[in-house]
Ligand binder design. Structure first.
Ligand code: KG4
Ligand code: ZN
Length: 340
């Protein structure tokens, strides 16, 4: 079963063709990074216009590259939320138009659930119980699942998302946009012990996160160094910040795992591309009895293959899926207690 996936929730326009929820035939990603760089962050209005320009040609390119006929497409899967309202709208509109004209179902997919699904596209499979960590630019969530149909959120951020903190710290350090990969790169050259930065809520006794404290600590540190006329040691601060952020992510993930002894631990979202996070979770003794799944880098950041993949698995499992031609995008799409 061939599914066409469309992803336009933020600043990547992506179209993919995925077979049977697993096999990627093509996964095209047109990034808007160069457009937003001059503003130091994603400008929603600019993002939606860029999606509009690029999306339809990308659908054509995906079909041409694979030689797939539109008649062989069984459904159109699209990101229905969460995300930027105008950006989502572009994908939702084209998905519904295609579904209508090709007489196939349109399936609205939760972007965050798709991030967790990504390792399956790399040949992995979930065994339950499962603990998932979603770390992206807009979300930091811990999920505990007893089965595909029983997945609850057990922890989330009280303020900034992990990726947002990376982006803001990168801006404070003048490392550019997008911030996460820039901090990751700079941290490799830095001394993570030089500055002791706060690990927000690390001993809170629950599974929630807070990243605004460490971000503010970096801001004060930079302001103090500037006031003293010192040069900003960006690599050392980046390394100290990254160590603090990863310490918290790993602490909460291992605490969640400790509570349920999962057979699978999954980490998804853009921050799952962070080299220190990837290394630390693979070495964490508390997670050694679980299979730890993190998708390859290209599937951690926003892409349509994860959207088409998740929809394919949904179709395979049956149930009511078609989102309907009157469906609206939902920038704050709530979590429903299932992984699909
Ligand atoms: O999942 P994603 O591509 O888009 C959203 O759904 O938000 O995540 C983007 C976020 C950005 O904040 C970006 O800076 C962060 O993921 N990110 C990273 C790394 N690569 C991307 N953060 C830390 N280290 C990285 N290597
Ligand atoms: Zn994302």
């Amino acid at each position: 079963m061939l599914i066409l996936g469309i992803e336009t929730s933020c600043d990547e326009t992506s179209v993919a063709l995925v077979e049977d929820g697993k096999k990627i035939l093509v996964n095209l990603v047109a990034t808007q990074i160069d457009l937003h760089r001059q503003f130091g962050g994603v400008v929603p209005e600019v993002a939606s216009r860029a999606h509009l320009r690029v999306l339809a040609p990308l659908v054509r390119e995906a079909l041409e590259r694979t030689g797939a006929e539109k008649e062989s497409v069984s459904a159109i899967a699209y990101t229905i939320g969460p995300g930027l309202i105008g950006s989502l709208l572009v994908g939702v509109s084209l998905a519904k138009a295609l579904a209508y004209s090709w007489s196939v179902p349109a399936i609205g997919v939760n972007h965050l659930k798709a991030h967790l699904y990504a390792p399956i596209l790399a040949g992995e499979e979930f065994e339950f119980p499962l603990v998932g960590l979603i770390v992206s630019g807009g979300h930091t969530l811990l999920v505990s699942a007893r089965s595909w149909d029983e997945a609850e959120i057990v922890g989330s951020t009280r303020d900034d998302a992990a990726g947002e903190a990376f982006d803001k710290v990168a801006a404070l350090l003048g490392l550019g946009f997008p911030g996460g990969p820039a901090v990751d790169r700079a941290a490799r050259e830095g001394d993570s012990e030089r500055f002791d930065l706060p690990r927000g809520m690390i001993r809170s006794g629950d599974l929630d996160f807070s990243f605004s404290g460490v971000k503010t600590a970096v801001r004060y540190l930079v302001e103090r160094l500037k006031a003293d006329g010192e040069e900003i040691p960006a690599a050392d601060i980046a390394a100290g910040f990254q160590r603090a952020a990863v310490d918290v992510l790993v602490a909460k993930l291992t605490a969640a795992a400790g509570a349920v002894s999962p057979r699978t631990v999954v980490i998804g979202g853009g921050v799952a591309g962070n080299s220190e996070l990837r290394r630390r979770v693979s070495e964490a003794p508390e997670l050694s009895s679980a299979r730890v799944l993190i998708a390859p880098l290209a599937l951690c950041s926003d892409n349509a293959a994860m959207i088409a993949g998740l929809a394919g698995r949904q179709l395979e499992r049956g149930g009511e899926l078609t989102t309907g031609l009157a469906a609206d995008d939902d920038p704050n799409l709530p979590w429903t207690p299932a992984l699909l």
